[in-house]
Design a protein around this ligand. Structure first.
Ligand SMILES: [Zn+2]
Length: 477
């Protein structure tokens, strides 16, 4: 599980199938294992990428005007500032993203409704029964067929939103073969996760028809922790290569260590990694993932190329904030709280629906595997309704990480406020951040505060000028 990429601010769960560096993978993996599109689509947090078909007009133009040599102080933007062309492009990207997001959501709802009402679930259950009477075997039969059918129906939209559009907007550098390979890997992971979840879900319902929502929730905790733990070692390397940042950037890592040392915290250099994002994207980002022994900070190579060292330190300051403030664990705990509510409400709705419509649609009860499309339909709607809570939690920690980044960089970077605002501006331009998202959209979908808000905060937060204490960093300065 990752906490938060630095630059991505809006999650489009259904819009893009490609593996996305994302914050709450295990959480959504749990929801998505048997949900609509392959899990990464659901987990997906947008970090948009890269260069492409209309070859990177925007990035190149930006690079030319932007990175200044170190030491030449650049003015910090007071606002998120775009040229008319940049603005038009970012707004077009946002508009089309909204459409594909809504289309994906409606498709997931319609598909599961049809699967349920037209007897696809009953057909799968009957097939599985002919194979075995053991639940685990039945789940191994149903998961690939159900997840595979869902993925195939979603494929055109995934291809359009996740590949074609990204290339058209100069965000993706992937070939179709590479994209399709990622799609296949994601599908395989979704089938594995789906089979496990299916088995646990129906096993629990059959044992405890009235309290399954609680026991299933309890079971998701170790499952999610396990996935969070292995994800950086098993899942991420399927999509990208990672190497210690110190191998290629020893000077930068030296400055990071100085920065963290001042704050009295320690992240071993092998835990600060460089990811070859440029193999697939032009987008900029960095993130924190893993738990315990697998916890690490990852920075994309694209970010290093587009930002000055000072700006990069601010991005890494933000990420180390997630790391040292234990945001993964805290966010996980809060997300699990939301999940408990989702499961309880889901239990009530599921039970009522099966009682009311079960006989007419061939369901033999809640524990009948044929009820899978109905269960996913309910889960999809509830996950959408819970988005504001989940994303509100995320935005809170993102804001905290921004503040931490400024505090930890103070005394190491000459003007942390200016460097942070410049980094934010560059990330916003290259990642096509929407300049003026509606408050409703931010409330519902944004995992990060909007760029404009972040730049304003990054300019305004400087307790050191007034001699006030810092909130998170109490170093020896
Ligand atoms: Zn973050």
């Amino acid at each position: 599980m990752k906490v938060t990429g630095y630059g991505d601010e809006c999650r489009r769960r259904w819009a893009s199938p490609r593996w996305r560096v994302n914050v709450r993978l295990p959480f959504f993996l749990l929801l998505a294992g048997f949900c609509s599109a392959p899990m990464a689509a659901v987990a997906g947090r947008t970090v948009r990428g890269s260069l492409p078909a209309e070859p990177r007009q925007l990035p190149i133009a930006y690079f030319q005007q932007s990175p200044a040599p170190e030491g030449a102080p650049q003015a910090a933007p007071q606002h998120f500032t775009l040229t008319p062309e940049q603005r038009a492009r970012a707004e077009a990207w946002a508009r089309i993203g909204d459409i594909t997001y809504v289309a994906g959501l409606l498709l997931a709802i319609a598909l599961n409704l049809i699967f349920w009402l037209r007897g696809f679930g009953v057909g799968l259950r009957n097939l599985a029964r002919r194979v075995s009477c053991r639940l685990i075997v039945k789940c191994l039969v149903i998961a690939p067929l159900f997840v595979g059918a869902t993925a195939l129906v979603n494929l055109p939209l995934d291809y359009y939103a996740g590949h074609l559009l990204e290339r058209r907007f100069g965000l993706s550098t992937q070939t179709f073969a590479s994209w399709f390979g990622d799609w296949g890997k994601t599908l395989a992971l979704s089938i594995i996760a789906g089979a496990v979840l299916l088995w646990v879900f129906y096993g629990v319902i059959r044992r405890s028809p009235r309290r399954w929502w609680f026991y299933f929730w309890l079971a998701t905790i170790p499952l999610a922790l396990f996935v969070m733990f292995i994800e950086p070692w098993v899942v991420e390397p399927l999509f990208y290569k990672f190497m210690p940042l110190a191998d290629s950037q020893p000077a930068l890592v030296g400055r990071i260590e100085t920065m963290l040392g001042n704050a009295g915290v320690d992240i071993p250099p092998p835990r600060i990694l460089l990811m070859n994002a440029s193999s697939k994207t032009t987008a900029l980002n960095a993130y924190v993932s893993g738990v315990g022994a697998s916890k690490r900070v990852v920075v994309w190579d694209t970010t290093l190329r587009a930002l000055t060292p000072d700006e990069t330190l601010l991005v890494l300051g933000h990420e180390t904030g997630h790391y040292v403030l234990h945001h993964i664990a805290k966010e996980f705990a809060l997300d699990e709280g939301v999940l408990l509510v989702i499961f309880y409400v889901g239990y009530r709705v599921f039970r009522a629906m099966v009682r009311r419509f079960g006989a007419r649609t061939g369901l033999e009860g809640e524990g009948d595997l044929a009820s899978l499309p109905l269960a996913i339909l309910i889960l999809t709607v509830l996950a959408f309704l819970a988005s504001p809570a989940l994303n509100g939690i995320s935005r809170h920690y993102e804001h905290q990480a921004d503040q931490y980044g400024l505090e930890v960089a103070y005394g190491v970077v000459p003007d942390p406020n200016a460097a942070a605002a410049r980094a934010e501006q560059t990330l916003g331009v290259i990642d096509l951040a929407q300049p003026d998202p509606s408050r409703l959209k931010v409330f519902w979908l944004y995992t990060h505060p909007p760029v404009e808000d972040r730049i304003r905060f990054e300019n305004d937060y400087h307790p050191w000028t007034g001699g006030r204490p810092m909130e998170f960093v109490r170093g020896s300065r």
